[in-house]
Design a protein around this ligand. Sequence first.
Ligand code: PBG
Length: 352
Amino acid sequence: MTDRPTSAASASSSAVKLPGTTAGLSQFPAVRLRRRRSSDWMRRLVQENHLQTSDLIWPIFVQEENGRSPVPSLPGVDRIGPDLWVDVAGEAKALGIPAIALFPVVPSHRKTHACEEAWRADNLVCRAMRAIRAEVDGLGLIADVALDPYNASGQDGLLSDTGEVLNDETLEALIKQSLAQADAGAHILAPSDMMDGRIAAIRAALDDAGYSEVALMSYAAKFASAFYGPFRDAVGSSGALMGDKKTYQLNPANVREAELEARYDVDEGADMLIVKPGLPYLDILQRIAATSPIPVYAYQVSGEFAMLKAAAAQGWLDEQATVAETLMAFKRAGADGIWSYAALDIARAMKG
Ligand code: PBG
């Protein structure tokens, strides 16, 4: 540890300097670091980081049909129908989860290349938010701003005739989608598509339309990751997706570029940032959180959650303990909060 005060150590004449030991600190046997681990109350007293229910954001999938339908590649996560939206949101609220995020399972006949469904006032996400806002008070609602669930190509952007993902044309669509979501009662919009300039464009459009109180939580550093597979199964975009997302999502090899993305999003007016995926990108999270002037959130993505679930199902890992440990890793790395499919389970466990 380099951040300990050294004055006490230098004042102590009994300090034995052994070769290779930490310069300036008292040494064993006077120092016994295990003293502070000797009992549960002592460990609690010296604990540096804490996971609380207020750290959690719970992503849910909303579907057209009543009831629940499981996602095979995301065990324990169900797509939730209109008859259950309010109950599910109410449960999150009752457990003290500050906010939920809604992702739609868009029927394939509504997916087009122009993505009009994304800003239809009565689309799934808008309907779900209106229903929840009418019944559940004091729960934050986060809407994902991106075209992929609505796009016949499965891409996050509109395509040119030659199949390139168009940036500026996509911004126009994102603005329409954002305004529809703000109108339906979203408290936070979370643009997740990594197009250039989207935060500034959406902020200006929201303000012009009188939605200055709607916050933007930007997926600032979102990597072109293979860990999104189960999510794409859940929203039904994996079948549709042609090609990959490497022309807009970040290269997993790059750190500096991720930091730059975060700086621009702050500059463009983001209120909060997201780093995604989570565990494989803890270094990115730590670096961005260390210098960010605004709160930074980790997203424990579908593939990360599926890995833990799959191992737990085999009896190879203790699900609750490993999930809690991963969430603590995000806190340790500096996250102000965590998006996790395990949020409800963890909140229940913390209450119980
Ligand atoms: C879509 C979006 C994705 C996720 C959140 N929003 C998938 C993607 O970029 O393909 C992934 C979430 C997860 O894997 O849990 N813009």
